[in-house]
Design a protein around this ligand. Structure first.
Ligand code: NAD
Length: 443
């Protein structure tokens, strides 16, 4: 059965959710306070890079199932289910999450809800938020607790967001006992549930914890292998061989064991920090002190990358030309929030290098966030007269680079592979000095 639903916040999460819910046959209204974003989406133009999303968006706008607005009144009138997908960034100067956007949705929408409805939160929030919001909305709405609240965290990965939304690994429904929320969410996700997607019903707190603990686990797995990279650097081992070998153990698994520059983006770093902050507020800080180390290991890799570049250039970056390939926090995305690549590029520049950054999709966002860095329009442009080439985001285009193409372009044949994504042998055989994190192949 088609449900009339709204999605508040049409960024990476919300725009994808809105388009994919329409693809599943629902009638969807996306709502954003950013009028320009709403206008672009209305016109079928995705304001960020996400493979496959433009097609789903256009198809559903044309089918009349998907619209966008800035009007909360229109949204309250239209929807029976209201999803919340607004940002929950790290507070400036603190570890805790800033809930002002989530509160703003509830405080504006609540008084406009004059008939029973379901609000389903998808944003990543500190545990305890849903209970507080359920009380808040019941107080604000003219129909009181006939507006129910559910917590339905989102697990999509940028770069695979459409597939992850249409065919999720699991659906988590945090609900209060005795309500209609579970039945409504089963209807919303009927196609996925019918296709066998596990639909997991639990209390609010557990649902909120599922999301942040999943991210904490993934961050820990990455920092674990990066700690092993530090050990390999200390003794001359090779972390890629180590990862392959331990990854054969099915209890460990090879996925997410890629040593390199570590994690970044709009989720993992701020989510593990907010998780620690919340643990502290709950008097359970000891439970998560290990996450501080996970964060520290992750941030150390960025500094190490700068050291490797400096060492490879004879101890100084002053007067050196550095090509930085990659700006997005990961490939197949234009997201540069807390991007390790741009962080490294910034540090290299501060140490006196002339930096030229190229990324296939994230140039516009990078220029906005780091306007003082140098930018190029292609790999070859970025590498022009470079003393060192750093590969900091593992785009396929960079993985496939042929060192021969850069022959005569660069000034020095030195490459630093920040993602262990290049064919090291190919570069070494072509006469390059190949440097990487967690392995020493240069000699
Ligand atoms: P984003 O910054 O891309 O999008 C947030 C959107 O919300 C923006 O378009 C903003 O204009 C809009 N907004 C802000 N206040 C609003 C309001 N009061 N009413 C309506 N719209 C408003 O952020 P995102 O990456 O989509 O993340 C959103 C949430 O989803 C976060 O909690 C994040 O942790 C979580 N999440 C993100 C991902 C991901 O891969 N991006 C995955 C899972 C969970």
């Amino acid at each position: 059965m088609a449900i009339r639903m709204t999605v508040f916040g049409t960024g990476y999460l919300g725009a994808t959710h809105a388009a994919c819910m329409a693809e599943r046959g629902h009638e969807v209204l996306g709502v954003d306070v950013d009028a320009e974003k709403a206008e672009r989406l209305k016109a079928g133009d995705v304001p960020f890079y996400e493979p496959g999303l433009p097609e789903v968006l256009k198809r559903n706008i044309e089918a009349g199932r998907l619209r966008f607005t800035t009007s909360y009144e229109e949204a309250a009138e239209f929807g029976d289910v209201h999803f919340i997908g607004v940002g929950t960034p790290q507070r400036r100067g603190e570890y805790a999450a800033d809930l002002k956007y989530v509160h703003s949705v509830i405080d504006t929408l609540g008084p406009l809800l004059k008939r029973p409805a379901l609000i389903a939160g998808k944003s990543t929030v500190p545990v305890g938020t849903a209970t507080e919001l359920a009380e808040r909305v019941a107080r604000l709405s003219p129909v009181g607790d006939q507006v129910e609240l559910a917590w339905n965290p989102e697990f999509l990965r940028e770069g695979f967001a459409v597939k992850d939304t249409l065919e999720p690994d699991r659906i988590v429904a945090g609900v209060q006992p005795g309500g209609k929320a579970e039945a409504i969410l089963r209807e919303v996700y009927a196609k996925a549930v019918d296709a066998g997607t596990p639909f997991l019903v639990m209390d609010y707190a557990t649902a909120e914890l599922v999301k942040v603990s999943a991210n904490a686990f993934l961050a820990t797995k990455i920092s674990f292998i990066n700690a092993m990279a530090e050990m390999c650097e200390a003794v001359g081992g090779d972390v890629t061989l180590l990862a392959d070998a331990i990854g054969h153990d099915t209890r460990i698994g090879r996925r997410f064991l890629n040593a390199g520059l570590g994690f970044g983006g709009g989720c993992l770093p701020k989510d593990i920090r907010a998780f620690m902050a919340r643990a502290g507020e709950l008097g359970a800080d000891q439970a998560l002190t290990f996450l501080r180390e996970v964060d520290n290991i992750n941030m150390r890799r960025r500094g190490r990358m700068v050291e490797i570049a400096t060492e490879a250039l004879g101890g100084t970056l002053i007067g050196k030309n550095v090509a930085v390939l990659g700006a997005a926090f990961k490939p197949d995305s234009d997201d540069v929030r807390d991007s390790p690549a741009l962080n490294v590029a910034g540090m290299l520049q501060l140490k006196g290098a002339a930096v030229s950054v190229y990324d296939p999709k994230a140039m516009e966002n990078s220029r906005k966030m780091f306007p003082t860095l140098g930018y190029s329009e292609s790999v070859v442009d970025a590498c022009e007269k470079a003393d060192i080439v750093l590969v900091l985001t593992e785009w396929q285009e960079f993985r496939e680079l042929d060192p021969a193409e850069l022959e005569g372009v660069v000034r020095g044949r030195v490459v630093a592979d920040g993602r262990n994504c290049l064919d090291a042998r190919k570069w070494i055989d072509a006469g390059w000095n190949y440097r990487a994190l967690g392995r020493n192949l240069s000699t």
